[in-house]
Design a protein around this ligand. Structure first.
Ligand code: SF4
Length: 347
């Protein structure tokens, strides 16, 4: 699996065609005590055929970002602003009816926890047929059966589960049914929201391999949401690291794992357990801020071991400090010759 990922990680994705553009996306959840800022103005591109990982701790806004892109945010949450373009079409002004036509056909979600997303009262083939029928209308029974069995084959499911109910399947099989539903209408973008969490490690690997296989067979662009950095290293081309609703670093998977630049990315990478090198688990010290009232300046300042006065007043912009590596941190200065200097290391 890793070799497949490594072959593509060298690519300069910025030269590829962008299928999805997210600009300054902001999502809030209203509470009686004020708005919780779940996504605080994030921007990124997803390129044709690319897999982009969105990582960060629970509550950092990665799943909210996915649901925002799919316009599935439920009240009291709402999109406050920003722009989302799919194949150069602005999605923000679309009505729910117009957007419903895009879901599954252009933008598909493979949800977190297949257990809760499949209907326990319907056989698995009926659930996939429902998706197809809703968008393409009724089809001859045999044609639909062949199509569903073909989808099963693509995701490695045996034909015998055709007439089964979700409770008769293992966790990994259920997750693969969700993948089959996600790709049933050949979308151009698939968002996999923690698709391998809640599975044991062996099944996790099988499901991850299925996702990779499907991605390569269909050539779809994929956003993969998760917090397992080890799995991400093998699965994705680029990684966007999120902290408290912001992207703090976005880089090719190789650059990020070789030389993470943002202090939070460094902690994430250092927290990957290693069998070869036994080391104490790195813990991010400090407290998180009140999400309704973020501090001025850098969002990570309360937990950052390198915090400086400037960090408390000026928000660091996301800058490309190295080829294919953008970082939001005041720790780095770029000289006129383009040399990047770590001010903490040289102090
Ligand atoms: Fe730390 Fe300052 Fe960089 Fe924020 S801007 S991560 S507080 S050094």
């Amino acid at each position: 699996m890793s070799s497949q990922a490594n072959e593509t990680t060298q690519k300069d994705w910025s030269k590829a065609k962008s299928v999805l553009k997210v600009r300054d996306l902001r999502i809030h959840y209203d509470t009686p005590k004020g708005a919780v800022i779940a996504v605080a103005g994030i921007s990124f591109n997803l390129y044709e055929g690319e897999t982009l990982g969105l990582v960060g701790e629970s509550g950092c806004g990665k799943s909210t970002t996915a649901y925002g892109i799919l316009q599935l945010i439920q009240p009291p949450g709402h999109i406050v602003g920003g722009e989302i373009q799919l194949d150069d079409r602005n999605l923000m002004g679309l009505s729910e009816r117009e957007f419903r036509r895009l879901r599954w056909t252009k933008l598909a979600l493979i949800p977190q926890g297949a257990m809760n997303s499949l209907n326990p009262t319907m056989k698995v083939h009926q659930q996939i047929a429902d998706v197809i029928t809703t968008h393409e209308g009724r089809q001859p029974k045999e044609k639909m059966r062949k199509r569903i069995l073909e989808l099963f084959k693509t995701v490695g499911l045996p034909a015998r589960i055709y007439d089964m109910y979700p409770h008769e399947l293992s966790g990994g099989m259920k997750q693969r049914v969700c993948i089959a539903m996600g790709i049933a209408l050949n979308p151009s973008v698939v968002i996999a929201d923690e698709s391998t969490s809640a599975l044991d490690v062996v099944v996790q690997r099988v499901v991850a391999q299925t996702l990779l296989k499907v991605k390569e067979m269909l050539g779809v662009a994929m956003i993969m949401i998760g917090h397992d950095m080890g799995l991400m290293a093998q699965m994705v081309d680029r990684i966007a690291v999120m902290y408290a609703g912001k992207i703090v670093e976005i880089a090719s998977v190789q650059s990020l794992f070789k030389e993470p630049m943002h202090p939070y990315s460094q902690v994430l990478i250092e927290s990957i357990p290693s069998l070869k090198e036994k080391k104490p688990l790195k813990i991010t010290e400090g407290i998180t801020h009140d999400p309704r009232n973020p501090p001025p300046g850098c969002i990570f300042q309360l937990r950052c071991p390198f915090v400086m006065e400037k960090c408390k007043t000026q928000e660091p912009p996301l800058r490309e400090l190295k080829p294919r590596q953008e970082v939001a941190c005041h720790l780095y200065e770029v000289s006129e010759t383009g040399e990047v200097k770590n001010v903490a290391a040289s102090a």
